[in-house]
Each structure stands twice: as structure tokens, then as C-alpha cells.
Design a protein around this ligand. Structure first.
Ligand code: SF4
Length: 444
């Protein structure tokens, strides 16, 4: 059995920011690397994604990823005698349906040692070796994004030129009518809130007269490989735009601002405005006054709601479990508007590199931990609310609960709820205060 490398993530065991945790996916709380690679690529509408593995791997990914997936469904014959014939047969048949094909390797064929790139050398495919034993969802996502970026042809005579269009990179900041285009990054299909956040990010861009360029990773291959140099992100844990822009322009710098929380929304649009004004090629002022006034109004609403709650109740004690950026965002909301205490917080993925947030970790957000660890830690603490996934809800069915993390199975999710942007902040506060006041009678 695979060794569980999860670490004790009680608040006393804050993970070091440097030195990323590399663990096999031995923790059933979050999917494996193969699922992350599938999620990153299957949202590209003209790309066929083939899971090279058994039916178990396919159905596991299919359960988590809402977009269409294909599979080789290998059985014992291919495991013993080789899977090359089966793989090429499926690639040929799926190639009739899509412009591009991606093949994702799973544990068994990876252990078999077959070189799928070599087997598929005659086909125009992106091959990602992302078996679960290399890590969790995020490892696979990042691997797939790097392979996707590497698949973009570059004109060597001019590293700033994308040979697909022969257009200078800066031209990609405008559409054919001269409108400024901005990418929306961090759209991760496994996140139950990705569609709502995408709608909200589009609305915020439109408020400033900006158009949407590439949506990572929920767009066509053509659009994703011709991104604007400017981006905003609905979830910085799932960065793709900066990787793509660095592939197109070696000098491109990380510039994707977060839209999680009002402070980030404001900062991101201010920085975007400054960059567009400074850039001679764009050379226009964008009007962010509507964003500023909406943020101000919303901050007042959230402050009033927090004060109203605190007039009737003690500050809440809350445990938070989600991906890193969502965990930090939820902690911020609890601390800033409700004066609440974070009794325990742990991320489903590795914390970001230290230089992304100055190495700060004010809420002691721990790294990946198991449900057993969460149960053990929370059983020794008093808390009023858990924010997490259906796993935490199942472990503490009588506790007040807000769903923020995949999987959310204990309630319907038909309506596209946002977590990012101004509406995202309102949504989260709405859920938290409503659930706290009505307790487990209306756990969301
Ligand atoms: S790739 Fe490996 S860890 Fe992932 S579902 Fe398949 S067997 Fe399990």
C-alpha cells in the first residue's frame, strides 16, 4: 500500500513555505494528479482528452470533471502484452472528433514503463504522464498546463512572436475592434463554483469596458494559445495564464491578480489599470470607478452584516478546509467581518510559493491532511462552523456547515454560485451568517 506522506497539520504544525510537499496521492480527500491533468485539459472544447488506463481511473476522473473524457479502458491483456495497439486505436478514433488530442497516463501503464510519447510519435498529441503516484490533483494540473504551453509553436527568430498568427504579443491585448482583452485565469472545472466565478469575472471586466480574452482552462485551443498579456484570476491556485504568456514571451512577468475578496478585486483592477495606462501599445485609460464604488458599497454591507451578527452572538469559531486560496479567503472573511477565530485550517494543496504572499501565513493554514487527522484535531476543539467538503460534513453531521470544496454532494448545486469577485464575497458571507444563525438545521 502506498505510504501516506500527509503531515500533522494541527495549527502548531504550520507547513514551511519553502520546499513543496511531494506526496503520492494516498489521501482520499482530494483526487490524484491524473484527475488534475484531465480537469486542466478537458475544458478546452476542441481538445479530446483520453485517460490511458483502466475503467476505474476513467470513472474516478469522470466523477470529478464535468467535461467529456475518453478512455482506453485497458484490461489485463494490455497490461501483460502491452497497450500500444489499444492506445493508437483509441487515439485514431477520438481524433475524428477533435482538432487536438491529449493523452493522460495513469498508474498502471506508467508502471508498465511504456513510452506513450514514442508510441504516439506519428500523431499530433499532447502526452502527460500524470499517474496518481506523482501527487495530488494540483501536480497533474500544473504538469498539463506546462505541456499545453510547450505545445504552442514558437518562431525562434522572434521569441515575442507567436507563429500561429505572426502577431506581436502586445497586439493580442486588443480584439479586431480595438477593444482591450483580458484573460480570465483559474477556472478549474472540478471546483463546484467555477462557472459562477467565471460569470462574475466577466461582469467585472465588462464594468470597466474590457472584453474577455482567453479563459483558462475553459475555452478553445486557439483562444488559449493566443492569450492577452493581461489577466485576472478567479482562483490563483490554478494559474495558467502566466505559464502561457512566459512561453510566448520569455520576458513576461507574473501578473495575474486575484479576484478573491474585495481587497484583491480592488487591487487587481487598480494594477490592471496602471499597466494598461503605462503600456504604450494599449495606451488607454480604463475606468474602474464602478468597481471602486461597488466594492465600497459591498464592504459596508458585509460590515453591517458582521456587526448585526456580533450584537446577537459571540464571535464564531470556525474550521476551514479547502484549496489554499479559498481557505485564505474564507479565513479573511471570518476574521475581518465577524471578528471570528480560526480554530483549524488546512489546504487540500500545497501552499503557494513563499514569494507570492511574502511568506505570511496569518491563519496558520496547514498543508494536506487526512480526514482522520481533521477528526482528531476538531474532536479536541470547540467550534461553531465547518467550511469544507462533503467529507467534513459526513464526519461531523451535526455541526453547522458551509460547502466550499469539492466534493459537494449533500446538496444540489444547480445554480452557478460565485466565490470570486464582489458577488463571491457576498455569497460566502450570506452562507456563513445564515448557517451560523440557523445552525445545523440549514447546513449548506
Ligand atoms: S491514476 Fe492511479 S491514483 Fe489515479 S485513479 Fe488511476 S490508479 Fe488511482
Amino acid at each position: 500500500m502506498a505510504k501516506d506522506n500527509s503531515r500533522d497539520t494541527g495549527n502548531s504544525a504550520v507547513p514551511k513555505k519553502k520546499g513543496r510537499q511531494s506526496a503520492v496521492c494516498a489521501n482520499p480527500l482530494y483526487p490524484c494528479a491524473m484527475t488534475g491533468a484531465a480537469s486542466a485539459l478537458a475544458g478546452i472544447s476542441d481538445m479530446g482528452v483520453i485517460i490511458h488506463g483502466s475503467s476505474g481511473c476513467y470513472y474516478y476522473a469522470d466523477m470529478a470533471v464535468p467535461d467529456t473524457l475518453h478512455s482506453t479502458f485497458i484490461v489485463q491483456d494490455e497490461v501483460i502484452f502491452g497497450s500500444a495497439e489499444r492506445l493508437t486505436e483509441i487515439v485514431e478514433s477520438v481524433s475524428k472528433l477533435y482538432n487536438k488530442i491529449a493523452v493522460i497516463n495513469t498508474c498502471v501503464p506508467s508502471v508498465m514503463g511504456e513510452d506513450i510519447k514514442e508510441i504516439l510519435a506519428d500523431y499530433d498529441t499532447i502526452c502527460i504522464d500524470a499517474p496518481g503516484f506523482i501527487g495530488y490533483f494540483d501536480e497533474g494540473w500544473k504538469l498539463a498546463v506546462r505541456e499545453l504551453a510547450d505545445s504552442i509553436p514558437i518562431n525562434n527568430s522572434n521569441p515575442n512572436t507567436n507563429t500561429n498568427t505572426d502577431a506581436p504579443l502586445t497586439d493580442l491585448s486588443k480584439d479586431s475592434k480595438g477593444n482591450i482583452r483580458v484573460n480570465i485565469d483559474g477556472v478549474c472545472s472540478m471546483d463546484p463554483f467555477h462557472k459562477g466565478s467565471l460569470i462574475e469575472a466577466t461582469r467585472l471586466l465588462n464594468l470597466c469596458g474590457l472584453k474577455t480574452a482567453a479563459v483558462f482552462c475553459h475555452d478553445t485551443y486557439e483562444s488559449i494559445t493566443h492569450p492577452s498579456p493581461y489577466s485576472v484570476s478567479v482562483n490563483p491556485d490554478y494559474n495558467c495564464a502566466d505559464v502561457m504568456n512566459r512561453r510566448l514571451n520569455a520576458d513576461a512577468r507574473n501578473s495575474t491578480g486575484s479576484l478573491l475578496g474585495l481587497e484583491n478585486v480592488l487591487r487587481t483592477f487598480e494594477e490592471l489599470s496602471d499597466r494598461l495606462t503605462e503600456t504604450a501599445d494599449a495606451g488607454i485609460d480604463i475606468d474602474i470607478s464602478k468597481i471602486e464604488s461597488e466594492c465600497e458599497e459591498t464592504d459596508e454591507i458585509l460590515t453591517t452584516e458582521g456587526d448585526r451578527y456580533l450584537r446577537r452572538h459571540d464571535p464564531p469559531r470556525v474550521a476551514v478546509y479547502s484549496t489554499y486560496a479559498y481557505t485564505e479567503f474564507a479565513c479573511d472573511m471570518i476574521a475581518n467581518y465577524m471578528d471570528g477565530e480560526i480554530v483549524h485550517a488546512a489546504a487540500r494543496n500545497n501552499p503557494p510559493d513563499s514569494d507570492l504572499n511574502g511568506g505570511e501565513n496569518p491563519y496558520n493554514i496547514g498543508g494536506i491532511c487526512t480526514l482522520h487527522q481533521i477528526k482528531e484535531i476538531l474532536s479536541k476543539k470547540d467550534f461553531d462552523l465547518i467550511i469544507g467538503s462533503s467529507f467534513e460534513h459526513a464526519a461531523f453531521p451535526d455541526s453547522a456547515f458551509v460547502g466550499l470544496t469539492f466534493p459537494i454532494r449533500h446538496r444540489k448545486m444547480l445554480y452557478d454560485r460565485p466565490v470570486a469577485g464582489i458577488q463571491g464575497a457576498l455569497y460566502l458571507m450570506d452562507e456563513i451568517s445564515e448557517t451560523l444563525e440557523n445552525g445545523n438545521k440549514k447546513s449548506n
